[in-house]
Design a protein around this ligand. Structure first.
Ligand SMILES: Nc1nc2c(ncn2[C@@H]2O[C@H](COP(=O)(O)OP(=O)(O)O)[C@@H](O)[C@H]2O)c(=O)[nH]1
Ligand SMILES: [Mg+2]
Length: 462
């Protein structure tokens, strides 16, 4: 980019709010902002002020548009590395739009999505992993991804990747000695291969952490399934802690799926209340039953709700058998308040099939067992992830792809290398490819298309 233009955009969400921020970045940022200010304020701005309060005027007509603060961040000590000016005016449906129009008429160009962050990247203020962390930070559906994003924004993941890459570069240097002085029978120092094996192990762990990343990003879907009237909708409401689904003594009341979100230890858990699973009596109900099947398919966890006052029915046995080996089922025996505490409760149900599921006693009415049920859902949801929020997790598919490619190159090299250093050129080439994959993660090597793809996901003004 030889002469970057000056861009501007609304940096805060449009709509009613106390304050709206319009951000400008580029070589003309100060000059453009000055065109909106009365003469005295414009002089102070150009004279080096970093913060002032002023009226904002239309650059052509001089009409007063708003009044507010102006913050100046001069290059290179700004978020984008260019001159940045922020106009803090009032929020609302009209004021920010009119002020932005005036800024554009004063000579700035409207920013594309992610344009500010892209400039920060090109000017070395952040790397690509940090840019993606910013995206995660803004999009985070729950605390888990937010915490991970904040951690990555500090450069934690970037440093980790850089460290791994450095180890590969060191290994490459040893191989290059062997290439340059073949007749000297240069021996690689002890531990050469182990060094690469360690990197391989770390790369594999990062790939593994993507499962955690997926959980943080997408949360988990839990479908409540069971016969009509067992209390699915009541339990759904009880888990949410509010009246959401329609509860009725009339079987088949919930004809469509209702969804709502709760938090399970920092990630989102989407509960889906479904219509009953039994054969429908009319067409509308039949549609509901069909949707239920699809919801059960689409969910990561199926919460099978049984009525503890009733013996297990054939449809329920069939459902349980179908899900038995899936590792994604939680069984709740609802209406525990109706079953005497001193009775042998499981005996009451008289079935061996249930014992395999370690069912939980709950009451949607009294709330008994609610906490245990949520804990169980958390445990099943995190069965195959290392879910410790303090640990780094890869949250982006782009990063995961590159790590997988890096792992492939390392494996190829390790297989070829065995013990000796035969054909060091080939080994060095694999290491070089593996190191390049790591570079691409942080964006040292990245094409315009990659950047286009990453930054198109941002909102305008970021
Ligand atoms: N005593 C008792 N009644 C319940 C409980 N859960 C649900 N019910 C009642 O069972 C009936 C059916 O509940 P509902 O949630 O609509 O069942 P669904 O068809 O499975 O969604 C309603 O009359 C509820 O009040 C519970 O834990 N204890
Ligand atoms: Mg219902």
């Amino acid at each position: 980019m030889t002469h970057p233009s000056t861009i501007a955009a609304l940096a805060t969400a449009p709509g009613v709010s106390a304050v709206a921020v319009i951000r400008l970045s580029g070589p003309e940022a100060l000059a453009v902002a000055a065109r909106l200010l009365p003469e005295r304020a414009a002089q102070r701005l150009e004279g080096g002020a970093i913060r002032l309060f002023s009226l904002f005027r239309d650059p052509a007509s001089g009409e007063h548009l708003d009044q507010g603060l102006i913050h100046v961040f001069r290059a290179p000590r700004s978020s984008t590395g260019e001159d940045v000016v922020e106009l803090h005016g009032h929020g609302g449906r009209v004021a920010p739009r009119r002020l932005l129009d005036a800024v554009l008429r004063a000579g700035a160009r409207h920013a594309e999505p992610g344009a500010f962050t892209r400039r920060a990247l090109l000017n070395g203020k952040i790397d690509l992993v940090q840019a993606e962390a910013l995206l995660d930070l803004i999009e985070a559906p729950a605390e888990g991804l937010h915490r991970q994003a904040v951690y990555q924004l500090t450069g934690a993941l970037s440093r980790k990747i850089a460290g791994l890459r450095e180890s590969l570069v060191r290994a490459m240097a040893h191989l290059e000695l062997a290439i340059d002085f073949p007749e000297d029978d240069v021996r690689a120092p002890a531990g050469w291969r182990e060094g690469v094996t360690d990197v391989r192990h770390e790369v594999a762990r990062l790939i593994e952490s993507f499962r955690t990343g997926e959980l943080l990003r997408h949360g988990v879907r839990v479908a409540l399934a069971g016969l009509p009237n067992v209390g699915k909708s009541s339990l759904f409401n009880c888990m949410l802690g509010e009246e959401r689904a329609i509860v009725s003594t009339q079987p088949g009341t919930t004809r469509d799926a209702i969804e709502a979100e709760i938090r399970l230890d920092g990630f989102a858990c989407r509960l889906v209340d479904t219509a009953g699973l039994r054969e429908a009596r009319d067409e509308v109900e039949a549609l509901g039953v069909e949707r239920t099947r699809r919801q059960v398919q689409a969910a990561q966890i199926v919460l099978v709700v049984l009525d503890a006052t009733q013996a297990l029915r054939e449809d329920e046995r069939a459902l349980l058998r179908e899900l038995k080996d899936s590792g994604r089922v939680v069984v709740a025996l609802n209406k525990s308040d109706m079953v005497p505490k001193d009775s042998d409760r499981l005996d009451h149900i008289k079935t061996g099939l249930l014992i395999n599921f370690d069912p939980l006693w709950v009451s949607a009415v009294s709330g008994e067992g609610r906490e245990a049920l949520l804990r169980r859902l958390l445990r099943v949801a995190t069965l195959d992830v290392r879910f410790t929020p303090e640990e780094l997790a890869v949250t982006r598919l782009r990063q995961r792809h590159l790590l997988a490619s890096c792992l492939q190159h390392l494996d190829r090299m390790l297989t070829k290398s065995a013990e000796t250093l035969e054909l060091p050129e080939l080994l060095a080439a694999d290491l070089r490819d593996a190191a390049d994959d790591l570079s691409s993660i942080v964006g040292v090597i990245s094409s315009d298309d990659v950047l286009d793809r990453v930054f198109s996901q941002f909102c305008i003004g970021k």
